[in-house]
Design a protein around this ligand. Structure first.
Ligand code: FE
Length: 280
């Protein structure tokens, strides 16, 4: 049965301060929305005031997750303890597998103008939490765009209409940025077992426009459930959103700052390894 997904819940993000004093709009990883398994964090930075972001994210560790950063405007400089590094400019994606441990810094480089980007955390399943760390820099020319019938899709990860994104995945995940013209509908088929959500970053959306026609306000996230087809339209031309889908781990989630593991004991071990210099 090819049923269309409807909205399980809609959540607005909340403003938080993280890193060395960066103002963030946190969408997943809050008291209102802890996670959409396996996605345990989604942050939006969008500000034209350098005071909001220039302090950046000096050296810090991660374990147990992949951190996926998508820059829309402005520049971010990345450096990590394994010699990885690079400048993320507009349109770049950094797909970092923290695995058993990595130290990195993420610092904005432009001191003026709009900084706009997203960081998503994908919690690795228990069997991959201690995998070898890795770093993929995906430049804009590597990220295919698919355009047709008033819908354009940037395919960062996964496959849309037979076009695959450049990310080499440990865990299958669709990560698309979709822009729709008024009256056009984005359609995508996914496995019934996958979790999925849309985040409306520009304009208002309608989920399942030919059916339940539920609205998603700008800067809100809608978790989608209950079928194998996704259909989303925009209420005005240029409405744009992030679409994410992946398989839930269905495992306990233990969080400790930059670490996401399965048990509190593993979190204590991560902090102990960090203190003794074994991480990264
Ligand atoms: Fe980080």
């Amino acid at each position: 049965m090819d049923e269309t997904r409807s909205i399980a819940r809609v959540t607005a993000g909340q403003d938080v301060v993280d890193g060395a004093g960066v103002k963030i709009h946190r969408i997943i990883g809050t008291g209102k929305l802890n996670h959409i398994d396996p996605f345990v964090l989604l942050d939006e930075i969008k500000s034209a005031d350098p005071e909001d972001y220039i302090a950046g994210f000096p050296t810090h560790p991660h374990r147990g997750i992949e951190t996926i950063t998508y820059m829309k405007r402005g520049n971010f400089r990345h450096k990590d303890s394994r010699g990885g590094g690079g400048l993320l400019t507009a349109g770049c994606v950094q797909w970092m597998t923290a695995g058993r441990g990595i130290l990195h810094s993420e610092m904005p480089e432009s001191a003026d103008g709009l900084l706009w980007g997203y960081q998503l955390w994908l919690s690795l399943p228990a069997k991959l939490k201690m995998t070898e760390p890795a770093y993929q820099h995906l430049s804009p020319d590597m990220i295919p765009g698919v355009r047709g019938e008033g819908v354009s899709v940037k395919v960062i990860s996964g496959t849309y209409k037979g076009v695959s994104g450049p990310a080499k995945n440990l865990v299958a995940a669709d990560y698309f940025e979709v822009t729709v013209d008024e009256g056009s509908v984005f359609r995508h088929t996914l496995a019934g077992a996958m979790s999925s959500f849309v985040y409306a970053h520009t304009g208002t959306l309608t989920v399942d426009p030919e059916g339940a026609a539920q609205k998603v306000a700008e800067r809100s996230l809608a978790e989608l459930a209950g079928g194998t087809t996704v259909a989303v339209s925009g209420d005005s031309s240029g409405a744009s959103f992030l679409f994410l889908a992946s398989y839930p781990n269905n495992e306990p989630i233990a969080r400790g700052g930059p670490f996401v593991m399965n048990t509190e004991e593993e979190i204590r071990q991560a902090f102990a390894d960090y203190r003794s210099g074994k991480l990264g």
